[in-house]
Design a protein around this ligand. Structure first.
Ligand code: SAM
Length: 228
């Protein structure tokens, strides 16, 4: 019976990888990567020589067919993304659905847990995160205003991913829709040299980035406290 391992990999600091992930990456027949060059850095640090093949959101159906054929042959595969946990705002879900549809329980899908930017940010946010809603990446246009209204009305913690190009716009919208006093936490460059947590009101957090344009860089997780 073939196995497809879904493996969490570091979100910045290459030491954030489990012993089990390293062992399985060495043992499988092939590793499916979002970008093989990104995964090559991890492989180089840990002397992993397993063959790699790219699998990303734009991959053609023929690529999926090839992967399904390998599983049918009994090959054990691993799926990784560029950073963090596959399928969490990353490619993989479609492939897993195809594997389940074609093989049912004849191919075992095994998660090997590792970091995710979402959980890493929430874990050190310093607020109660017993319950939260994750929004992934916010839509750029259609539905964006509706979503900000939902965030504003929610008494539950909301979290989303944001790019450096859109973070200032997102903070502006949070201030506009949620009000100046709503609690916001921005987690930037987690596990990397310039890691920072900016905590404050929507106005304070926005001002921090307006006044420090050099920090409008890198990768961001935005956490919005619930309405009191
Ligand atoms: N699958 C990944 C995970 O489990 O975290 C998320 C992939 S998603 C394509 C990439 C987004 O995750 C970035 O735009 C950013 O919002 C967030 N992210 C990834 N790494 C991060 C980091 N080191 N610090 C802060 N946010 C990060």
């Amino acid at each position: 019976m073939a196995t497809l391992f879904v493996i969490g990999t570091p979100i910045g600091n290459l030491e954030d990888i489990t012993l089990r992930a390293l062992r399985v990456l060495k043992e499988v027949d092939l590793v499916l990567c979002e970008d093989t060059r990104m995964t090559a850095r991890l492989f180089s640090k840990y002397d992993i020589a397993t063959p790699k093949m790219s699998y990303h959101a734009q991959s053609k159906l023929s690529k999926s067919d090839k992967i399904l054929a390998l599983l049918e042959e009994g090959k054990n595969l691993a799926l990784v993304s560029d950073a963090g946990t596959p399928c969490i705002s990353d490619p993989g879900s479609l492939l897993l659905a195809q594997v389940r549809e074609k093989f049912g329980d004849a191919v075992v899908i095994v998660p090997i847990p590792g970091p995710s930017a979402l959980i890493t940010a929430l874990s050190a946010a310093g607020i109660s995160v017993a319950e939260f809603t994750f929004l992934g990446f916010l839509p750029h246009k259609k539905g964006r205003e509706t979503l900000f209204k939902e965030i504003a009305a929610s008494s539950r913690v909301m979290a989303f991913y944001e790019s450096p190009h859109r973070i200032e716009k997102a903070l502006e919208s949070l201030e506009k829709f949620c009000g100046a006093d709503r609690g916001v936490i921005v987690a930037r460059e987690l596990t990397k040299i310039h890691e920072e947590f900016v905590r404050g009101t929507a106005t304070e957090v926005r001002a921090h980035f307006t006044q420090n344009p050099d920090r409008v860089r890198g990768e961001f997780v935005v956490i919005v406290e619930g309405r009191i």
